[in-house]
Design a protein around this ligand. Structure first.
Ligand code: GLA
Length: 389
């Protein structure tokens, strides 16, 4: 049993001494190799589950209440079984687990105790919220003995984001943290949710995340704005006769032909969606043929597109990519996730390169911004599951 787990179970027993037998679940965070801001445009994404997770200890209580404890934030609270019923106020810290419990069933008749402990850095853009939501959904369904369909589970997780957190997100994060497989990324077609695994040879390639530490308040509103702008571009293109249901269905040549008629903002957002989808497919092909340098070049192109056409990058992320490029062993680098903060992902040759990379980036970040960035190497792990207590 790992130390996280031991600590969590002990804490659960001391915070809830009157509770029933425990079960323990975990759900990882995710990284995304390429395919950014295309999961709500019918594009292809290439995420993977990381080796950091939210652990959840769950048991029944006889109090007809949900009781929560979070060891990472040292927070606790309790809510009625009706959760979001009339007059209820759900504190922000419990929004995701409460939303998940409310979607699992609307007529809870017995209480649960839930203790969380996370090894995922919060606010780094590695989907700690998808992990908390998914582990709660998975745990609650398991406690009720209900069957779990993994695609439906991802859709429920997405509904929690939309209905309770107000973020009109795509399905990439939830899908990735559920379907994660050791040493594999997954190429997901977000149009029909079909996917295939791509083996990542961890003896040759490493992925390193560098957290800018910027948790921008624009993240949610900026994200929803981008989504609306993409919808507007799609509507305009359809009005011009494009026979598409999603922006990413437009081929690059068709885009070039129609782009001059689009207003400037829609033109840029659509260009990002169309080119990023093509890059994700090319990246997958190049990685399969072992062309790491070719694949890495696409990461830089993805960053430039997110910065210039999609306008979701920030100065810290641009600098991190720029500093990474000349370092030994670096294949490519880009900002990752929704943007307006969060982290970069860098693809590195395995071996000594990671240590030097961390030192160099750390020193440059420190002198530019006055504090060290968080640099973490991620191995690719398994998706959501139950652990033996
Ligand atoms: C966030 C969203 C995802 C996806 C990414 C950008 O992580 O939750 O659905 O849109 O941003 O690729």
């Amino acid at each position: 049993m790992n130390d996280h787990l031991k600590r969590l179970i002990e804490r659960h027993g001391s915070v809830f001494p009157d509770t029933g037998p425990v079960r323990v679940f975990f759900c990882p965070g995710r990284m995304n190799l390429i395919g950014e801001h295309v999961d709500y445009n019918g594009g292809h994404v290439l995420p993977a589950a990381i080796d950091r997770a939210v652990y959840l200890c769950m048991s029944r209580n006889a109090l007809k209440r949900f009781r929560f404890n979070d060891a990472s934030f040292d927070a606790s609270g309790d809510l009625p079984l009706s959760l979001f019923g009339a007059g209820a106020v759900v504190p922000k810290v419990w929004l995701y687990p409460a939303g998940a419990l409310a979607l699992v069933r609307s007529d809870w008749d017995e209480g649960l105790d839930l203790s969380f402990l996370s090894s995922i850095p919060p606010g780094a853009g590695v989907s700690s919220s998808a992990a908390v939501t998914t582990v709660t959904l998975y745990g609650a369904l398991s406690m009720l003995g209900l069957p779990i369909n993994t695609v439906e589970l991802a859709k429920l997780g997405q509904r929690v984001e939309r209905e309770y957190a107000g973020v009109a997100c795509g399905i990439m994060d939830q899908f990735a943290v559920i379907h994660g497989r050791k040493d594999s990324a997954m190429l997901l077609d977000t149009r029909d949710l079909s996917f295939e695994y791509l083996t990542i040879d961890s003896s040759r390639i490493h992925f390193v995340l560098v957290n800018s530490g910027v948790k921008h308040s624009l993240r949610e509103s900026g994200y929803n704005d981008r989504r609306r702008e993409c919808e507007s571009a799609l509507a305009l293109l359809r009005g011009m006769g494009a026979g598409i249901d999603h922006l990413c269905e437009l081929g690059p040549a068709e885009y070039e032909r129609m782009a001059p008629e689009l207003p400037a903002v829609e033109r840029k957002r659509a260009r990002h969606a169309v080119t990023e989808n093509a890059r994700a497919l090319d990246f997958h092909r190049l990685m399969r043929s072992g062309d790491n340098a070719g694949a890495g070049a696409l990461l830089y192109a993805s960053h430039a597109s997110l910065r210039d056409d999609f306008e979701v990058s920030i100065d810290e992320l641009d600098r991190l990519v720029e500093w990474a490029a000349p370092l030994p062993g670096v294949f490519g680098s880009r900002m990752m996730g929704g943007g307006f903060g969060g982290c970069t992902i860098t693809m590195l040759e395995a071996g000594a390169a990671a240590g030097e990379f961390a030192r160099e980036i750390g020193a440059r970040f420190q002198s530019a911004y006055g504090g060290p960035p968080q640099v973490f190497e991620c191995t690719i792990g398994e998706g959501v599951g139950e652990l033996a207590p």
